[in-house]
Design a protein around this ligand. Sequence first.
Ligand code: IPE
Ligand code: IPE
Ligand code: MG
Length: 239
Amino acid sequence: MLWFKKKESTAPRVLPDHIAIIMDGNGRWAKKRSLPRSAGHAAGANTFKTIARYCNKIGLPYLTVYAFSTENWKRPPEEVEGIMNLLRDYLKDAENFKDENIKVHFIGDLSPLAEDIQALIKKDEEASKDATGLTLNIALNYGGRDEIVHAVRRMISEGLSPEEVTEQAISDRLYTAGMPDPDFIIRPSGEYRLSNYLIWQSAYAEYWFSDVLWPDFTPRHLDQAIEEYSHRNRRFGGV
Ligand code: IPE
Ligand code: IPE
Ligand code: MG
């Protein structure tokens, strides 16, 4: 496969400001091994921790990962509960953030989540708020359209006039307010779609797709993706 070949280049590697990853393929990874889907999610959670640490190590300013979408509630209740339990384990393990200098932040509509999860999220966001390394956004019950609807509702309840409704006014009311838009969106697992991820913010993002399933994704794959990003010519409509 093309992305496993080493590119000959002397150009310096360009690190994006903000990478967004759609962590997909856990179920198929488990199926290939005749394991339950929950084993795929557990393996995917480990990959997530490895990749977040690696992004922090290489000095990436922002990483946003898709952990659970507004559409994922359609899955069997046992699967949803399994994912929520993995999240609980992650949140309780304060070591994830301590000493690592990673600032953790959740994006999405957190209100339908179990109260203990909401409390753990608050605690972990508070505990890591002064970290100066990677900002790690975890998208949970996140949907791009839902996010835009929330932003529009806010503008209406704040009484904005039609002239005040600008691109900036909308951006300022998204969950990612104040952060740069993702430069680079990575989706493993062989799917070529956004699945309602960061649809406003990704207007000018670069994309990288790969057949590797998320639990098999390694820092080496990320290096390959970033290397390829370095050679992209971003024109933003100019020449
Ligand atoms: C991504 O893996 C994890 C979530 C969506 C929560 P999937 O569970 O979608 O894995 P596949 O796509 O079925 O292989
Ligand atoms: C997107 O993956 C959501 C997450 C990775 C959390 P899905 O597996 O839910 O996306 P579709 O259904 O294949 O589009
Ligand atoms: Mg999937």
